[in-house]
Design a protein around this ligand. Structure first.
Ligand SMILES: [Mg+2]
Length: 346
């Protein structure tokens, strides 16, 4: 593991990586009383929204930004990570259990991109995926419908991943497209969903304003993700975070139809429509023909606040498991080996 380890060191408090496997079967011993059930994200790590976290003074604002953005070298975070590992064994350790739930069901794989398939790097434009990881995803997609669900613009994620057989849900699920090559009988490569289409001119306008407003802050990087915008502050000195927050808020005060949330060293601006990564996976499962099916086992792998929306949807269908981000590739490889052995035995 090369790149993935980098991701672990950045995620530190190992809020890190969580994999949630959910199933329509609720009476399996795999679920509710399982020691592997986890609380994915604690409230103090990820405030619900910037609005909530910033009701008070700007110090609260900066605290919220800090809480969502653990630094690389804190020994406190290292301890927290070790504690988390102790509590939440890798999904590889419970692989057999997960796979026994998967028998006779269609496994559908959902993968976040940044911090999950790629390392978190200083320059978001360089969050490349390791060739081994691409190979692992490519192999998984041979056997299971596979979707990438990301906050980034769909075209950008596609350029990083470059696998035409996958589903892509960009802009936090607000821009969904099916595979351009058909691998699964139930799959629909024509699937397209853009629930925030009407916001496109507004997002372009706000992007320009944010570019202008944040120009004076060294290291600030505004990314246009089409149906949402990201203001990255991982290269901004901490003493400027408050100033950056003020400038972003000053732009958004004229746009009540947009909301501000945050992830790791990033502020996210998106439409207030009721659509998120959770809705995206519901939409994709429906497109695949598994809307109310008991014959499906959706697996979502993500590492950030916005993934919680997806975890929630899956939790409502079943319960979850913890896995460290460094194990994603191994997990995907093992899934392929498992599927091949089943196919051989039939
Ligand atoms: Mg992520």
């Amino acid at each position: 593991m090369t790149n993935s380890n980098v991701a672990v060191s950045d995620t530190q408090s190992a809020i890190a990586m969580a994999i949630t496997a959910a199933t329509a079967v609720n009476n399996s011993s795999l679920f509710s009383p399982s020691p592997y059930n986890i609380t994915l994200f604690s409230r103090n790590k990820f405030p619900k929204s910037i609005e909530a976290a910033t009701a008070g003074k700007n110090t609260v604002w900066v605290d919220a930004m800090r809480a969502s953005s653990p630094t690389r070298s804190s020994s406190e975070n290292n301890q927290e990570k070790k504690d988390w590992i102790m509590k939440h064994p890798s999904a590889l350790g419970v692989f057999e259990e997960i796979m026994s739930a998967a028998k006779m069901k269609q496994v559908v794989i959902f993968l976040d991109y940044d911090g999950t398939l790629s390392p978190i790097v200083e320059n978001p434009d360089q969050a490349y995926m390791a060739p081994e990881m691409r190979e692992a995803v490519k192999n998984v997609a041979k056997y299971f419908p596979t979707a990438i669900v990301s906050g980034r613009c769909r075209a950008k994620v596609y350029n990083f991943v470059r696998l035409s057989e996958l589903y892509y849900a960009g802009s936090h699920g607000m821009d969904i497209k099916g595979p351009s090559s058909r691998k699964h009988k139930k799959g629909n490569q024509n699937v397209l969903c853009q629930p925030a289409k009407e916001f496109l001119p507004m997002m372009t306008e706000v992007y320009e304003l944010l570019l202008e407003k944040t120009k004076g802050i060294i290291g600030a990087n505004v990314e246009n993700n089409k149906f949402c915008l990201s203001v990255h502050f991982r290269r901004v000195e901490e003493e400027s975070w408050s100033d950056l927050a003020d400038r972003v808020k000053s732009v958004l005060k004229d746009y009540p139809k947009l909301r501000l949330t945050q992830g790791r060293k990033v502020l996210e601006i998106r439409p207030t429509i009721k659509w998120d990564k959770g809705k995206a996976i519901e939409f994709l499962l429906e497109s695949l023909g598994y809307a109310n099916s008991k014959d499906v086992l959706p697996v979502y792998i993500g590492d950030d606040k916005t993934d919680e929306d997806a975890f929630k949807v899956l939790r409502e269908r079943g319960q979850g498991f913890g896995i460290l981000v460094s194990k994603v590739m191994n997990f995907l490889q093992r899934l392929v080996t498992w599927k091949r052995s089943i196919m051989r035995s039939h």
